[in-house]
Design a protein around this ligand. Structure first.
Ligand SMILES: NC(=O)c1ccc[n+]([C@@H]2O[C@H](COP(=O)([O-])OP(=O)(O)OC[C@H]3O[C@@H](n4cnc5c(N)ncnc54)[C@H](O)[C@@H]3O)[C@@H](O)[C@H]2O)c1
Length: 313
């Protein structure tokens, strides 16, 4: 059955892939984004689609609800998603990630939404003591970004408990793929590929033995879509991560090998304060409740991502 769906953060890296997927499934999609880090370019395909409406708006705008149609589902992805920026400007991150989430939940309630799916982060686990991390691990923020995601998660729970709204929280680990922005605030794969394509050094923080469970963006979209429709999972918190753990050094070496014609080399910088040593998530709950698992292995995902950056330089 076709639905009317709101995607916040629609012009961003993951949001734009989600929009494309939902339109291809035949749904009617409203995308909201203030284009802070998102780019209209990411929505080029969607803009040509008659079932897509783009609203350039801030999720903190109290009047946003008056510009939205009646909705079935909300995927709430809009956020300032940089740990580094949250350290520099915690107030701005709180405003968008916490106040913005409350405003979207308030709008969802007014519009009679069936379910809100929220894109949280593995940052809520802080420095985890167990590996792979399961969803019942303690939460503790190492950064204002982590704190903002914990607060937003709590607002999700509160709207479920207070107003009976269906909510699902997804804790994304490290996502990579085409359209991920490249800047000093970006994820490790995007930074390494872009530096390798420019022939610049890949700077690995510390010994490079810190681990990440990377997941390709198409797999994130598949799991996220499932979270809106799987029955009986309201109130659940679910990890969204890759199936394998890799060291940052392995990632750097894989990028150099696959970019091939590059003069780049790997150098080590000082360890980054607060860097998470082991970030490996358990996929058991996602497998059980969503019935989907990541399909794109790292080699394949990396090849597609390198190709995309090469073509868009
Ligand atoms: N990429 C990852 O590895 C990762 C990991 C964990 C969690 N997440 C979460 O997933 C979500 C999507 O991340 P992404 O990587 O696509 O980031 P992104 O920065 O590409 O997308 C976020 C989008 O939100 C928009 N936005 C920011 N502030 C806004 C505001 N006040 N009003 C309206 N729009 C606003 C930005 O312009 C951008 O398009 C975020 O909530 C992020 O915290 C991402």
């Amino acid at each position: 059955m076709t639905k009317t769906i709101l995607v916040t953060g629609a012009a961003g890296f993951i949001g734009s892939h989600l929009v494309d997927h939902l339109l291809a499934q035949g749904h009617s999609v409203v995308g909201v984004d203030n284009l802070r880090t998102g780019r209209e370019e990411n929505l080029r395909g969607a803009m040509a689609h008659e079932e897509f409406t783009f609203l350039q708006a801030d999720i903190c705008d109290h009047d946003l609800v008056s510009r939205l149609p009646k909705l079935d589902i909300v995927y709430h992805l809009a956020a300032i998603s940089s740990v580094k920026l949250s350290v520099e400007d915690p107030l701005a991150v709180n405003e968008t990630n916490v106040t913005g989430t409350v405003n979207i939940l308030r709008a969802a309630r007014e519009l009679g939404v069936q379910r809100v799916v929220f894109s949280s982060s593995a940052a809520v686990y802080g420095q985890p003591e167990i590996s792979p991390i399961t969803e019942d691990a303690p939460i503790q923020a190492l950064s204002p970004y982590g704190a903002s995601k914990i607060a937003a998660e709590q607002y999700m729970h509160s709207f479920r408990n207070t107003y009976g709204m269906e909510t699902v929280i997804l804790r994304y680990f490290n996502v990579y793929g085409p359209r991920q922005a490249y800047s000093e605030y970006s994820g490790v794969v995007s930074v390494f590929i872009n530096r390798a394509l420019r022939g610049d050094r890949l700077i690995v923080d510390g010994d490079g033995l810190q681990t990440r469970s990377l997941i390709y963006v198409d797999d994130v979209v598949a799991l996220t879509v499932q979270a809106a429709t799987a029955p009986g999972i309201s109130g659940e918190v679910i990890n969204v991560c890759g199936a394998h753990e890799m060291t940052v050094l392995d990632i750097a070496n894989a990028v150099l090998r696959m970019v091939a014609q590059t003069n780049s080399t790997i150098t080590h910088g000082p360890p980054r304060p607060g860097d998470i040593r082991k970030s490996s998530g358990s996929l058991d709950k996602a497998r059980e409740l969503l019935g989907v698992t990541p399909q794109v292995d790292f080699e394949q995902g990396l090849r597609r991502t390198i190709e995309w950056y090469r073509n868009s330089m």
